[in-house]
Design a protein around this ligand. Structure first.
Ligand code: NAP
Length: 287
């Protein structure tokens, strides 16, 4: 899994080890020292975890790094294939740096899937940790773009072209608006594109169970600045813990999601990709 040295990724790794005792976790971290520290912390957390987790240096923004990580996993899995891939690494809540945000949050997911997918066993799970910022962004788009982001036949090439178009007009709110791309939020756009990529991937690989989810609004380093700006404790802002934030990913890994190519809310219920669905409200039936 990617971006697992802290935050929600670390919590997902911990819960995988706790809830399925026949698992082995390749804990992706772009910084090897942070990865080693996370593995040490997991090992200290329970004797049963010793020998079931190892760190893999993995920067999702780099083709070379993803290639090296895939090779390391391939060498470690000579007799077995992977059960699942969790694309969790993410940046840019509140950022204007569209190129970087897309390179990690969208292209990073595609880079990892394209490279590591051959190592996945048939029936294996792919979980893309996206965000409610994706549907929220799509809700601000015009009808044509809303259709684009939810079309079952959307292709990665089309998503790439849209991302290039957006990078060319980055930080020009009027240009976004005149193209029907709503509020132009870099983070929201990146997550909407990652959800759309989930549609593409699920269609291309029917032998796997491929879904996206939001963890919910979670107190981590990603949201720290937002919390500090509000001057209130995270609980008062309705935020939950990283362990709670792992719920939907754990369901998509080990539960029984119906079908593939869907997006789930933080309550592990299906949600639309083009508008917000509050946890606890009726699940979405169709995209
Ligand atoms: N927190 C929320 O409320 C919330 C809400 C919706 C969605 N999400 C999504 O949940 C996921 C996890 O976020 P979080 O809240 O746990 O944030 P976080 O605490 O900041 O953790 C992000 C993780 O991603 C890693 N990462 C960043 N860039 C990377 C790269 N290029 N290659 C590999 N790893 C990279 C970070 O590594 P470093 O330690 O090296 O920086 C870290 O391990 C993200 O996809 C985020 O968008 C979070």
């Amino acid at each position: 899994m990617t971006g697992a040295n802290k935050g929600i990724g670390f919590a997902i790794a911990e819960r995988i080890l706790e809830e399925a005792d026949d698992t082995f976790v390749f804990l992706g971290s772009r910084d090897p020292d942070k990865g080693a520290a996370a593995v040490e912390s997991l090992r200290q957390g329970g004797a049963g975890r010793t020998g079931r987790v190892q760190t893999v240096e993995l920067d999702v923004a780099s083709d070379e790094s993803v290639g090296r990580a895939a090779q390391k996993v391939r060498e470690a899995c000579v007799r077995e294939k992977l059960y699942g891939i969790v694309n969790n690494a993410g940046i840019g809540f509140g950022s204007n740096d569209l190129g970087n945000v897309l390179n990690v949050n969208t292209r990073g997911v595609q880079r990892v899937c394209a490279t590591i997918l051959p190592l996945l066993a048939d029936g294996g799970r792919i979980v893309n940790v996206t965000s409610a910022a994706g549907p929220n962004f799509v809700a601000t788009c015009n009808r044509e773009k809303r259709t684009f982001f939810t079309r079952p036949d959307v292709t990665w090439d089309e998503i790439e072209r849209l991302m290039e178009e957006c990078i060319a007009i980055a930080n020009d709110a009027d240009a976004f608006s005149s193209r029907g791309l709503g509020d132009g939020s870099a983070y929201g756009l990146s997550k909407a594109c990652a959800n759309a990529y989930t549609l593409h991937l699920a269609r291309e690989y029917p032998q796997f169970v491929i879904n996206a989810c939001t963890p919910g609004f979670i107190a981590t380093d990603l949201t720290r600045q937002y919390v500090e700006g509000r001057g209130k404790p995270p609980e008062e802002l309705g935020m939950r813990s990283p362990r709670d934030g792992a719920n939907s990913a754990i369901f998509l890994l080990f539960g029984k999601p119906v079908g593939s190519g869907h997006y789930y809310g933080s309550d592990a219920k299906r949600s639309p990709m083009d508008r917000y669905r509050a946890p606890g409200s009726p699940p979405h039936a169709d995209n």
